[in-house]
Write a protein that binds this ligand. Structure first.
Ligand SMILES: [Zn+2]
Length: 107
């Protein structure tokens, strides 16, 4: 008996299990080839979701930064605070997504 990664939830399950005990995905008729394909698909799906999030983060960062740069808001105004907030959040969010993507590719 070997342990495999469930294609549905990526948790470790027995290769003999007919149904995943974590997410109740039916594995009975899933061949090894199909299982690998499903696993690959879920990885691609996850990485494209992370890519979308980093795009949003980048937009947030550029928007906040651009507004501070060209919008020239009054210091200590709510516009200025919002722009700084968007820049900082966008930057951190972007870094977090890059790290998640690297970790996903390594696994
Ligand atoms: Zn599962």
């Amino acid at each position: 008996m070997a342990l495999i990664n469930c294609p549905g939830c990526a948790k470790r399950i027995s290769s003999k299990a007919a149904v995943c005990s974590h997410c109740s995905l039916v594995l009975e008729n899933v061949t090894e080839e199909k299982r690998l394909t499903m696993q690959k698909m879920s990885t691609i799906d996850k990485s494209s979701r992370i890519m979308n999030q980093s795009m949003l983060a980048m937009l947030l960062f550029c928007g906040g930064f651009g507004f501070m740069f060209w919008g020239d808001p009054e210091p200590a105004s709510w516009q200025n605070t919002t722009a700084i907030g968007a820049t900082v959040i966008g930057f951190i969010w972007y870094i977090v997504n890059r790290v998640r993507l690297i970790l996903l590719k390594r696994s």
